[in-house]
Every structure is written in C-alpha cells, then in structure tokens.
Design a protein around this ligand. Structure first.
Ligand SMILES: [Zn+2]
Length: 294
C-alpha cells in the first residue's frame, strides 16, 4: 500500500472527532452565521416590520430610523421584534442594522405614504372645551409604552367589537377648523351603547381608568399589555368589566361600548401600539409572522 495515502487516511481519521464536535456546536447555534430577516422590503406608514435575528451569541442590537429597538428571545434560540413605522414618518429608503459583537448585518427597506386625506371634526357644546387631565395624559402615555419580554399572546388578533368601522386609522385630523397636527391613532367601531368589548388578544390589564378618576377626554379606558412591546387601548366605554392586574384571554369581555369622554356618538375607539408608537390595528389583525405572531 502507498504510504502517503495511508498517512492521509490517518490524518482524516484523527481530525474526525474535531470535525464532529464543530458540526454539533454549529447545530446548537443555528449554522453559526448571524442572520437578519425582515418580513417585507416595503411597508406603509402606520404598519410594521417583523424582524428576526438568528445565530446571535448574545442579545443582538437592532437599529432602525435612528433608534434602537429591543429584541425578544423566541422559542428557537433566535430573537424577534415588531418594529413600527410611525404614521408621520417621511417616506423613502431606510435600513435595518443588526449588531452582535463585531458582526453586523444590514437590510434595506422602503416606506410608502398612506395618502390619507385630512378629516375635519366639529366638536360642539361643552365637549369642545375639554382638555385631557394630567392624570389621564400621564397614565395613558406610560401604559402604552410598556415593554415586557414575556409574550402574553400568540396567534392573530380578532376584532374587539361587532359594529361598522366608522373611522379608520391614520387620517390626519383638524378640530373645529384648526391645523391638522394630529392623526387618528386607532379604529372606531360605531355600535350601540352596551355592546360587549372583547380582548382581541390575550394579555394583562395594565390600566383601567374611569371618568370619575379624571379620564375626561378618553372616557372610561382600558389598556392591555400583550408583551413584546405590543399594547392596546379601548376608549369611551360605558362600563369596564376588568381590573388592573387581571389576565385576559383573547375573546374575553373587558367592557361595554359607550360615549364617555370626547365622543360624538356611542363608539369604541381601539388603538394598538408597538414601543409606544401607534400602528394600524387592522394591520395587526391581517398580518401574522411565520410563527403566528404577534
Ligand atoms: Zn377613534
């Protein structure tokens, strides 16, 4: 037998345990390379991107639109985040940047305008002069910014109310002829007073505020935390049937439709927020991640 061939065989055999251990190590951490996956390369104002990271050795850092976004561990050793596109953000080209130690990955995306018209709203009588109290402003703002790593819901969202959609998300608004400095941060359902309001996703009640407690503009208000930086708000209700700290399941009643606070007729205002930024609730109902998020 040729001595050289034998030696080559021996070298291969000696290297085999090392090769095998390297293979099993890379199987443990995906294939060892850092991967950035973004659900779509184009989104419209008021929508969001689903971002996934694989192969990170520690918690990766995600940057988008000059801001850092906390990622959350998924069940398969990867990381995930739903990154909102603010409704007033400038359309154009942007990039996601994922960083894990010295490794970096980039993904270019585009943001489109939603081209929604300006809506003129006339408020008459005593409600025209109402301003949100410090209590409701502070409590609502801080509850909507809740970020928790525990995922409290899985599966798509359902609609919280039976009723016609009377106002869609994102329309810029002018009150009593004033400038259009705000936009509609939710979806309105026109429905008779007393119509049940259901949790569209499982979560925890993090705010239950009443008119008597100072919620004079929002009316009787509930805010739910669904985990992974997703929260939702329900306004103008005639009654609230949950308490702060309650766990609710998707489909469970949380209150009843009403017209408390600034409201021209009985309706439910439903808002959804990612990292405290308002996104279109109907987009959450129709969009699901590969694992059936959010
Ligand atoms: Zn509304």
């Amino acid at each position: 037998m040729n001595t050289l061939v034998t030696m080559k065989r021996l070298t291969l055999l000696a290297a085999l345990p090392l090769l095998l251990s390297l293979m099993s190590m890379s199987a443990f951490a995906g294939d060892g390379t850092l991967k950035l996956k973004v659900s779509k390369t184009e989104r419209t104002q008021g929508e969001f991107f689903i971002v996934e990271a694989e192969g990170a050795e520690s918690e990766p850092t995600l940057f988008f639109m000059e801001r850092k976004w906390q990622m959350f561990p998924d069940n398969e050793g990867g990381w995930t985040a739903m990154v909102p596109v603010e409704n007033l953000s400038t359309p154009g080209s942007y990039a996601f940047l994922l960083r894990d130690g010295k490794r970096e990955r980039h993904q270019k995306v585009r943001i489109r305008t939603n081209n929604l018209p300006i809506q003129n709203i006339t408020l008459r009588g005593s409600k025209a002069g109402l301003h949100a109290t410090e209590t409701e402003k502070t409590k609502v703002r801080s509850a909507l910014q809740t970020i928790t790593a525990e995922k409290l819901n899985s599966g798509p969202l359902i609609l919280p109310c039976k009723g016609e959609i009377s106002s869609i998300f994102g329309r810029k608004r002018s009150y009593n002829g004033g400038p259009a400095a705000s936009y509609h941060k939710g979806v309105d359902f026109g429905a008779p007073s007393g119509t049940p309001v259901l949790a569209p996703a499982s979560g925890t009640v993090i705010l239950a505020g009443t008119v008597e407690e100072g919620f004079v503009v929002h009316g009787n208000t509930v805010i739910l935390n669904h985990g992974h930086a997703l929260t939702s708000v329900y306004l103008h209700m005639s009654s609230i049937t949950v308490r702060e700290g309650d766990r609710v399941q998707r489909g469970e009643e949380i209150g009843r439709v009403g017209h408390t606070g600034i409201s021209t007729a009985p309706h439910l205002h439903w808002g959804t927020y990612l990292y405290g930024i308002s996104v279109d609730p109907l987009f959450l109902v129709t969009t699901s991640s590969p694992e059936g998020a959010p």
